[in-house]
Design a protein around this ligand. Structure first.
Ligand code: 5RP
Length: 224
């Protein structure tokens, strides 16, 4: 199976999961990226099961609306049974690095409101220790030099993502060379640096369930 076929398989598995495990008329949270796009495309046939969706990026909002799925403002939503999104890396505790697509802040906000976070990805994203994928950090533009110096003190090599501005008008520093042995501690430590909006570690709020695409089918994985 190609990687695209694996993404389509996990997208379909996630739509089946939504149909079977959420109450009719609920609001669902939808992530960003190529795997999330496969999920969005498989939502169209079940769109009458739920009332609408909250999007984690402008790109996702446009794709949902393209399928005729109503998109709600998160401020108008108090309960969301599920958030479905991809990841750049995921470990055995279902801690993740996210933000390869630059949507990490809105993804983290939508995930914070959801009861269950379902991560969808193929086996290439599974790692023993996170950090090979550069850790994205969203930064207020005037603080980028200060934040870069602080990230270097933590042992990383921050590189500004060229020509990229987030949906929130900020920049991304991708931090190379980290070996993340304490994901929760590092997530909190980086978020304490003045000028950081948030970082792409999802460890304080990890996934509850991983739908993992493999050549012999989609496996449901919970935290070890
Ligand atoms: C976007 C993300 C994505 O979920 C992550 O980058 C994975 O993307 P893809 O499914 O395209 O590999 O965090 O900000």
């Amino acid at each position: 199976m190609t990687q695209d076929e694996l993404k389509q398989a996990v997208g379909q598995a996630a739509a089946d999961y939504v149909a079977a495990n959420t109450p009719a008329g609920c609001i669902i949270g939808v992530g960003t990226g190529s795997t999330a796009n496969c999920f969005i495309d498989t939502l169209a046939p079940i769109k009458h099961h739920f009332r609408g969706a909250v999007a984690s990026s402008e790109a996702t909002r446009k794709r949902l609306e393209g399928h005729g799925i109503p998109v709600l403002d998160l401020n108008d939503v108090s309960e969301m049974p599920i958030y479905v999104d991809g990841a750049d890396e995921i470990d055995a505790g279902l801690n993740m690095i996210k933000g390869g697509g630059g949507a990490l802040t809105r993804e983290k906000i939508v995930a914070a409101v959801a009861t269950t976070f379902v991560c969808i990805c193929d086996a290439s994203k599974q790692v023993a220790t996170m950090g090979k994928f550069p850790l994205p950090v969203e930064v207020i533009p005037m603080a980028k030099a200060h934040v870069a110096r602080a990230l270097a003190k933590l042992g990383g090599q921050p590189v500004e993502r060229a020509g990229f501005v987030t949906d929130n008008g900020n920049v991304i520093l991708d931090v190379h060379g980290l070996s993340i042995t304490d994901p929760k501690g590092l997530e909190a430590q980086i978020n304490q640096i003045t000028g950081v909006v948030t970082n792409g570690l999802f460890a304080c709020r990890p996934a509850n369930l991983l739908l993992l695409g493999t050549p012999d089918g989609v496996h449901s994985v919970t935290a070890a």
